[in-house]
Design a protein around this ligand. Structure first.
Ligand code: GTP
Ligand code: MG
Length: 212
């Protein structure tokens, strides 16, 4: 049976500056990571998914989320907000520390169900985005792309951008374009949010069936 997930039943589980602070892994509560460049809209998307205005901290100042934050939804799954990368005003050693924390998480023994790589719908993937995709492919983690701020584009432009991103990723990793999932969302308008909730629920349900 497919379990409904109530995304409104979300709480902050842990706010972590080091890997030691990560909450104990719970295989019954698989984790979905939101990763992406600083300011791409990770925290805003968590707020939109959970119907909260200020659960995840959002700001106009890029590079604000410096910690890994674990959210728990309906005692069923966890969303993990990892620090944004590629923030130019942060010195390289500070940058290193935060990407180190993300690497600790990704390379650690977590019940990782999926990674959502967020890209601004208006732009192509940058160096740091490709680095993360390379790393995820190397680790063998399943991931998909979410194009954020889709309200900044016309419907037609968004479609074109989705196609372009699929093409670029397929070329880089020798994949079939149809195997690449690229969703579009606008937290500002709420578009794509119910579909993304549905996608996450289907991932969690598929995983639950496998471990039955
Ligand atoms: N127009 C529009 N703006 C958005 C959308 N989502 C986020 N933003 C804006 O983008 C800015 C950054 O959003 P955040 O959610 O703080 O970004 P973040 O990825 O968490 O950033 P870091 O924590 O620095 O890594 C904020 O000013 C948001 O209001 C969207 O769907 N549409
Ligand atoms: Mg943030």
């Amino acid at each position: 049976m497919t379990k409904e997930i109530n995304f409104r039943l979300t709480k902050v589980l842990a706010t972590c500056g080091t890997a030691r602070q990560f909450p104990p892994a719970d295989p019954m509560r698989p984790e979905i990571v939101l990763a992406g460049k600083s300011n791409v809209g990770k925290s805003t998307l968590i707020n939109a998914l959970t119907g909260s205005k200020r659960l995840a901290y959002t700001s106009q100042t890029p590079g604000k989320t410096r910690l890994i934050i674990f959210f728990e939804i309906d005692e069923t799954l966890r969303l993990v907000d990892v620090p944004g990368y590629g923030y130019a005003k942060v010195s390289p050693d500070v940058q290193e520390k935060y990407s180190g924390l993300t690497n600790d998480y990704l390379a650690g023994d977590r019940p990782l169900a999926h990674i959502l790589l967020l890209l601004d719908a208006r732009h192509k993937p940058g160096t740091h985005d490709w680095q993360l995709m390379d790393w995820l492919q190397t680790l063998g983690h399943p991931w998909s792309v979410v194009l954020t701020k889709s309200d900044k584009l016309s419907r037609q432009k968004l479609l074109e951008q989705k196609r372009l991103i699929k093409k670029l990723i397929a070329a880089r990793f020798s994949l079939d374009e149809d195997a690449i999932i690229v969703a579009g969302v606008s937290a500002a308008r709420g578009s794509g949010i119910p579909e993304l909730r549905q996608f996450l629920a289907s991932l969690i349900n598929a995983r639950a069936k496998k471990t039955d």
